[in-house]
Design a binder for this molecule. Structure first.
Ligand code: ATP
Length: 228
């Protein structure tokens, strides 16, 4: 469902081009749950941003469900992201001035889904993340784990084909992180969404069906043999 071919990513600094990703190719199957690991600075977040259409590679192609993401320009790229991709971040990134309910339905509002349908789906998701009574509170009234549950609902509510998570448990204690992980992996599986999770945690990576390892911008072909 997601294919990337020969991705290169560079940035200019002090008159030189620095390479972050070098000839990265990968394929994710429909409904697959994959972890992306590698040491700090190896290019994991950069790769996630390219796959999510948030940034463009210097060279290479990315296809999402047959559509070439790397051939799209704004605003078509934004439309594709809104329809097909859900993002989850370490810092939760909820909008502080919106309530829990408003944060969760935001992707539906952006897609102009009718209000009645939004409320129906909201009720389902408040239950799915075990926060049925917190719809009207604001993010700063929630714990970190609760905020991340809201962020998960917001990332999945529009039924995206692809869910990209960057260190989703990085800001949580071990026990809360485990609960968040269970919720994310179980819901994505139930909804047959493809999940790619960037992580430094072995616990997180071991939940995945497959582990991709980046080393200094190069994707390793035999990741199981490597220490990371
Ligand atoms: N546009 C840019 N300008 C300057 N540096 C950049 C740019 N894009 C990426 N980099 C550099 O590329 C390297 C890879 O960054 P990236 O955030 O992708 O790594 P990472 O593997 O996710 O690291 P971490 O695990 O610490 O989050 C870093 O050294 C980063 O500073």
């Amino acid at each position: 469902m997601l294919s990337a071919y020969h991705l290169h990513y560079t940035y200019p600094e002090a008159g030189q081009l620095h390479s972050v990703l070098h000839d990265v190719s990968l394929e994710l199957k429909h409904g697959e749950q994959v972890a992306l690991v590698g040491s700090s600075g190896s290019g994991k977040s950069t790769l996630l941003n390219l796959l999510g259409g948030l940034d463009q590679p210097a060279a290479g192609q990315i296809f999402l469900n047959g559509q070439e993401l790397t051939a799209l320009k704004e605003p078509a790229l934004t439309v594709l992201r809104r329809q097909q991709i859900g993002f989850i971040y370490q810092q939760f990134n909820l909008i502080p001035t919106l309530t829990v309910a408003e944060n969760i339905v935001l992707p539906l509002s952006l897609l102009s889904i009718p209000a009645a349908q939004q409320q129906e789906r909201l009720a389902f998701w408040l239950n799915a993340i075990h926060l049925p009574t917190r719809a009207r509170v604001f993010p700063d009234q929630l714990s970190g784990g609760e905020q991340q549950r809201v962020a998960i609902a917001r990332a999945l509510i529009h039924q995206p084909a692809l869910v990209l998570a960057d260190e989703p448990t990085g800001n949580l204690d071990a026990k809360t992180g485990q609960l968040i992980l269970d919720l994310l992996f179980n819901l994505a599986k139930q909804l047959q969404q493809t999940l790619l999770v960037v992580t430094h945690s072995k616990t997180v990576a071991e939940r995945a069906e497959r582990i991709l390892v980046l080393q200094e911008g190069v994707l390793q072909t035999h990741p199981n043999d490597l220490a990371w």
